[in-house]
Design a protein around this ligand. Sequence first.
Ligand SMILES: [Mn+2]
Length: 317
Amino acid sequence: MNRALLNAVEAADSIGLTGHIHPDGDCVGSCLALYRYIKRVYPEKTVRVHLELPPENLRVAPSFDEIETEFVKPERPYDLFVVLDCSSAERFEPAKELVEDATNVFVIDHHMTNTHFANDGVILPNASSTCEVLFDLIDEDEIDNEIATWLYLGIIHDTGVFKYPACTEHTMNIAGKLLSKGVVAQRIIDDSFYRKTYEQNRLIGDAVTRSVLMLDGKMIYSVVTLDDLAKFGAQRKDTEGLIDQLRLTKGIEVAVFARQDDVDTYKISMRAIDKVNVAAICAEFGGGGHMFAAGCTVKGDLADAITQIAAMVMLQL
Ligand SMILES: [Mn+2]
């Protein structure tokens, strides 16, 4: 076991924790797992976790309520600040002053693009998640049900529930050990990952029903307008997951989803199976992303934009 983190914690009386802006499952999971671990193993120390308010679906254990969403400077700067799941200083902007004031900064991360902004830390670019990295830095015997629950949350979110290539035998071994701590896998996976509201399900169902196949069945496309959102009493964020449903359509190479954000503004999401580089296509519209998952914003005529996208997809097929 690498004791670097625990040595840093043991040398400090006060410890601050933070993760990246717009916290996701791995960010919240790793921050709260370490928060709870320090409280449990080192009850004499002061520990606080500063994060922007995470989405409600990530509320899988009680410590969620102990997140401090205000980034108020403490009376005395922290002896140690641990920054989790953050590749660069811009990514923890709200906590920047608190981190800079701290005597020691320790980073725990798995992003290939980490800029090594801290004076100490463990960065493993091949790890599935920050929660996986963290698991190997703490004493397994001290992991209780809540710590295990937070670590499990981070792993399932960053592996798309154990399916991305970064999910290795080591990841699964850790997940197995967490189950032995009494993690209720189905509840966490359903509640934080797959659960949809009634409005969301109806909106997604409607958009899937209206979807059209293009390019000989190689491309699928659908759109949700402001009127559609109003019709189902849904919000913009309720379209989340829609692109993944379209992507699962048998026979397609590319899925395209457009969400109207304003009268003449559309947010376009694209997914590819394995032939088409959708990041390159989105870059033509000033967007970006990864080879098989990308997005951009278009202004003006949506039909025009979709025609152009289809033409660019055809060139790559
Ligand atoms: Mn992560």
